[in-house]
Design a protein around this ligand. Structure first.
Ligand SMILES: Cc1cc2nc3c(=O)[nH]c(=O)nc-3n(C[C@H](O)[C@H](O)[C@H](O)COP(=O)(O)OP(=O)(O)OC[C@H]3O[C@@H](n4cnc5c(N)ncnc54)[C@H](O)[C@@H]3O)c2cc1C
Length: 476
């Protein structure tokens, strides 16, 4: 019997299995799932952890059922909170429980073998099949779906070996509950992870002093009530027409033109929104909470765009992609990855009352025994613990990859780092492009590992792409 391995069982791995369960073809395969026990069936973000950690998308975007966008909302109403609404921000832990149920139904159909270990090695054999090893098992597979999620965290100040540095803060209940009463805690970074940390640590009742350190003190915006009207200019039809006329490419300036026309059509002044909220500074965030804005309209456009961001990225020349990443991406990301309003309110309340401090112009960290000295442009601040919220290391060309599967795959030139993050694959089929073997037709790479092509990594985008890849596999 032919065999398929699904390596990593979070949102993406489950979506792959679920899509397979919908096609009789896959009844002819022995399917094997690999994932260590703690995150099996939830992935890292939705694992069993504090309920204070919220999904940053509204509940109606998180359904695992393609045909019913309210499936998750209904699940929450039945199992957790009968008053939950479509636009609520739900604890990530609950979503993990939902995922586990969905996994169970797909398992009931395909009856895969579940190995509760991470894969340590994947090699390509002469006949084009794949050899996979985990701690206690090994075997050969005809097809592999690589769904391992998050890339390694950054460690820009090289603090990993210091006992008071928390390199990977999840699960927060396990990693962040040991700080002694009255400790001075520093968080490096002001992205969405820092918001999780703020929510959790402020709830600890331990008289902790909490400070955030960054090069600039800019936080995310909150998600407004999204405008839900179809796009007129940034459409797949326009993209295809343009590609046909220009040898398969679309210029970035054309995409920008469509974007501005879209904003105009929906009645928003993008320049003005950028001027008022484009930084996420303290002043801008306070204004945001006081004013009625049309930010939700902009976020609605960006959200719709999510569904074919990867197609847009794939249609850009290398030069245009570089232009996007250097000149536009930080602002696009700022508007695209907001937090729930409740989280921003908590943040600003703490910031305005001096309960937390936010330090900018961070330059270096000196490691001392059992504490740190954080060096800013013109002052120094001492803390007892530092927590890493600097995000993932998307660029995989450096030597800082941990000694795990990813390192082996890149080191043995089975996978090839992609300039804009993750590794190279054919798009949209997601077959790995190996510098050693060429296109690996049956090694599919998903999620964060293809961030340079897919760009986004939120759950609904990953589910959609996973379904697409399985349907593509069916046609081979
Ligand atoms: C902290 C955090 C919060 C997030 N919050 C949101 C949010 O609110 N909304 C949203 O839409 N997106 C969010 N995201 C984005 C997130 O990446 C996606 O939503 C989604 O969870 C990614 O799914 P995945 O299956 O690709 O990866 P994961 O969910 O991380 O699953 C990958 C799985 O692979 C396993 N694995 C890793 N290596 C191996 C190996 N060698 N062998 C076998 N298994 C392995 C991991 O243990 C894990 O279980 C968040 C991401 C993070 C990191």
């Amino acid at each position: 019997m032919k065999r398929i391995a699904i390596v990593g069982v979070g949102v993406t791995g489950i979506s792959v299995l679920k899509e397979m369960a919908a096609h009789d073809y896959y009844q002819n395969f022995e399917i094997v799932l690999f994932n260590e026990p703690r995150t099996l069936g939830t992935g890292v973000p939705y694992q069993d952890d504090s309920e204070l950690l919220l999904i940053n998308q509204t509940a109606d975007t998180m359904s695992l059922e393609e045909e019913d966008k309210y499936d998750f909302v209904k699940w929450v109403q039945v199992n957790k909170d009968s008053t939950a609404g479509n636009k609520d921000f739900i604890p990530r832990k609950w979503y993990g429980e939902y995922l586990k149920e969905k996994l169970k139904s797909a398992v009931a159909i395909l009856n895969p073998t579940i190995i509760q270990e991470n894969v340590e090695v994947i090699r390509v054999l002469k006949d084009g099949t794949y050899h996979i090893e985990s701690a206690t098992t090994q075997g050969e597979f005809d097809k592999v779906h690589l769904c391992t999620g998050q890339l390694p965290y950054q460690d820009p100040y090289h603090l990993k070996d210091h006992p008071h540095f928390v390199y990977h803060p999840y699960p927060v209940e396990e990693k962040l509950s040991h700080f002694p009463e009255g400790s001075r805690i520093g968080v490096i970074g002001t992205g969405l992870t820092s918001i999780d940390l703020m929510r959790f640590l402020r709830n600890q009742n331990k008289n902790l002093t909490l400070g955030f350190f960054a090069r600039n003190a800019h936080f995310s915006l909150y998600r407004g009530l999204e405008y839900d009207k179809d796009l007129k200019f940034l459409t797949l039809e326009n993209l295809e027409k343009e590609k046909q006329m220009h040898g398969g490419f679309v210029t970035f300036s054309k995409i920008l033109e469509w974007f501005h026309l879209e904003c105009q059509d929906k009645g928003i002044d993008f320049q003005d929104l950028t001027y008022r909220f484009g930084k996420g500074s303290k002043e801008q965030l306070n204004h945001l909470l006081e004013e009625n804005t049309d930010l939700g309209v902009l976020q609605g456009i960006i959200h719709k765009l999510d569904f074919y961001l990867a197609d847009l990225m794939a249609a850009l020349t290398q030069e245009d992609r570089e232009l996007f990443y250097t000149d536009y991406e930080p602002l696009f990301r700022h508007f695209r990855t907001p937090m729930p309003k409740e989280s921003l309110e908590r943040l600003m309340d703490a910031w305005n009352t001096g309960e937390i401090q936010v330090w900018e112009n961070m330059e270096a960290v000196e490691m001392l025994e059992e504490r740190f000295k954080v060096k800013l442009e013109d002052e120094e601040v001492e803390v007892d613990y530092l927590i890493n919220a600097t995000g993932q290391n998307q660029i995989l060309t450096n030597s800082e990859l941990p000694t795990d599967l990813l390192r082996q795959l890149i080191n043995e030139r089975i996978l090839q780092p992609e300039t804009f993050g993750g590794v190279q694959v054919l798009w949209p089929g997601a077959e790995a492009i190996s510098p050693r073997y060429g296109v690996l037709n049956n090694l599919y790479v998903h999620g964060q590992l293809v961030i340079g092509l897919q760009y986004g990594n939120n759950a609904h985008l990953l589910m959609k792409q996973a379904r697409k890849v399985v349907r593509h596999d069916l046609t081979k």
